[in-house]
Unconditional design. Structure first.
Length: 255
């Protein structure tokens, strides 16, 4: 059993969940100029908008805190995804005239269920992600990058209780690095096929028990786990300003 745990620990850092270690795109290392880009306030002028309608957060890279990954949930039917950022942290994050558009492209995760932008940040800034859906422009809440002052901590410190067959119960440290607002959990196959995506205020989640789930973005009823197969579990500890304080991740074998 100790040998198996050692192998699992090694696999965690080899495979990773989002396949983002050492996977920074060429775009991430380029110098991106935004001085002449349109402002968010101009783009949404005379448009019907919905604020807080794009689920999004950001985390620093596991190997290089200067690189930031901005994750968002792409709703079915959404089009024209756009990335906006401020030039500095010291602005009113709710004033859309402070945000300028960047012409960068996101990358799919979990077969496209979640998307990510990858971008270097020399300074801490504010970000907003938008897309169009049902004739409206949907906006995320402002995301504050903290890759300098509070880089994301990556850990495999998760307890997996499998007393209930095929329904493992995951527990992790509550508010491990402070400033927690909510937890986002993902259960997936080893090849990143999404099984479930959920949010809880609690520092525990049981597959698939939604009694403490406050938001469920699982696209359909999740598949039953197969005894003896290995799966991935990931938790993001997200702050009120949508920065990921801690990423907990584990590979487990279903019992």
């Amino acid at each position: 059993m100790n040998t198996f745990k050692t192998i699992v620990t090694q696999l965690i850092y080899i495979t990773l969940f989002f396949t983002i270690v050492s996977c920074v795109s060429d775009d991430a290392s380029e110098s991106i100029q935004i001085e002449n880009s349109p402002r968010l306030s101009q783009i949404i002028d005379n448009q019907i908008i919905e604020t807080g309608a794009v689920i999004a957060c950001a985390a620093s890279d596991i190997d290089n805190s200067a690189i930031v990954h901005v994750y968002y949930y792409l709703e079915e039917g959404a089009t024209n995804v756009q990335f906006f950022e401020t030039n500095t942290l010291n602005v009113d994050q709710n004033d859309y005239s402070n945000y300028k558009k960047l012409a960068i492209t996101s990358q799919p995760l979990y077969e496209g269920f979640i998307q990510q932008f990858i971008r270097p940040f020399e300074l801490e800034q504010w970000i907003i992600i938008t897309f169009e859906l049902n004739g409206e422009v949907k906006l995320s809440n402002p995301i504050r990058t903290k890759n300098i002052s509070k880089a994301t901590v990556w850990t495999d410190d998760i307890t997996v209780n499998q007393q209930t067959p095929k329904m493992p119960n995951f527990t992790w440290e509550h508010n491990a690095n402070g400033d927690n607002e909510i937890y986002f959990q993902v259960v997936s196959t080893l090849d990143n096929g999404l099984l479930s995506g959920t949010y809880t205020y609690d520092n525990h989640f049981q597959y698939y028990n939604t009694s403490n789930v406050v938001l469920n973005i699982t696209p359909e009823n999740p598949l039953m786990l197969t005894t003896g197969n290995s799966y991935k579990f990931l938790v993001m500890d997200v702050s009120e300003d949508n920065w990921v304080n801690t990423v907990f991740q584990s590979i487990f074998m279903a019992e």
